[in-house]
Design a protein around this ligand. Structure first.
Ligand code: GUN
Length: 296
């Protein structure tokens, strides 16, 4: 079997186009412009690239983008004061504090200071609790993107065996909650799981989010399964820099029914879902109906 390639780039472009249409509608019918504030502390090169991409995508769909770049030695009190001012700013509907923060800053404290209604990352403890109890929340962008692609490919997910490899707060745990919300039978596997290969081979849906390059090979995949690769690992091969996922693509694609590539799979969906979440937050803040198909 050769797997169908799930094209995240095309899917994300479609999500952004839907957001753009809704943003134009909000402006024309209600005179409202959704706004996203991104806070970057320090000069981590990868974070700078992310923030630049977020800014460009936000402007492209017609939203307001507010960028706050602070020096690496910014004190906690100053950062908390900025978050509180963004909480109070009616032009800002979504707030994202780029992680990782410099080590002297308490990330949990800062994230939990964001107004949960503006927490477009879905990292605030209130949103984590709401998602875990099946209530309306802001949902982390990467797992939301994976869910959208899975729903599109499968239609209904109910009854399918889903295995999520990785237990991070940003991807693994919320991904498992979302799949449970769609009535999958969910297993969270991780580095200490016994016979990981056998566990993975039971999966109709296999989500790899471990951060280990090409760890999931074809012999971990049930024939016909859907494989979602969340990994983005920079490696060097034959003297060249290369981007690979947590899945060994060639061997997995030979067994799977469908698979996301790296690059061009889950990656582009994260920013698209950040824009979708900002739109959702803006609609909720204004008591308007939420955009269909762009939420969990
Ligand atoms: N750093 C890398 N990915 C993310 C993300 O999705 N959100 C935030 N806040 N920081 C990140």
């Amino acid at each position: 079997m050769t797997a169908k390639v799930i094209d995240g780039k095309e899917f994300a472009a479609n999500v952004r186009a839907q957001v753009q249409v809704q943003v134009a509608k909000l402006r024309e019918e209600h005179g409202i412009k959704p706004g996203l504030a991104v806070v970057l502390v320090g000069e981590d090169p990868a974070s700078q690239v992310y923030v630049r991409n977020k800014h460009a995508s936000t402007v492209e769909v017609g939203m307001a983008s507010f960028e706050h770049r602070l020096p690496a030695d910014t004190g906690e009190a100053d950062l908390l004061a900025l978050v509180e001012s963004l909480n109070a700013d009616p032009k800002v509907h979504g707030i994202l504090v780029q992680l990782p923060l410099p080590a002297h800053l308490n990330s949990d404290l800062i994230i939990n200071t964001i107004d949960p209604a503006k927490d477009v990352d879905g990292f605030h403890i209130s949103n984590v609790g709401l998602l875990g109890t099946g209530q309306k929340s802001m949902v982390p962008c990467t797992p939301l993107g994976c869910l959208m692609m899975l729903r599109d490919h499968h239609g209904k997910l109910a009854g399918l065996n889903a295995v999520v490899v990785g237990r991070s707060n940003i991807v693994g745990k919320p991904m498992a909650q979302l799949l449970l919300g769609d009535s999958c039978t969910v297993t969270i596997a991780h580095s200490r799981t016994k016979d990981l290969q056998a566990v993975c081979r039971g999966a109709d849906i296999l989500v790899a989010a471990v951060g280990r390059p090409e760890m999931i090979t074809g012999d971990f995949v049930k024939p016909g399964a859907t494989v979602i690769d969340v990994g983005i690992n920079r490696i060097e091969r034959d003297g060249k820099a290369k981007l690979v996922g947590d899945v060994h693509y060639a061997s997995a694609a030979a067994v799977a029914g469908a698979i996301t590539p790296v690059p061009g799979g889950v990656g582009p969906m994260t920013i698209a879902c950040l824009l979708a979440n900002t739109l959702t937050a803006c609609c909720r803040a204004n008591g308007l109906p939420e955009p269909e198909g762009l939420t969990a």
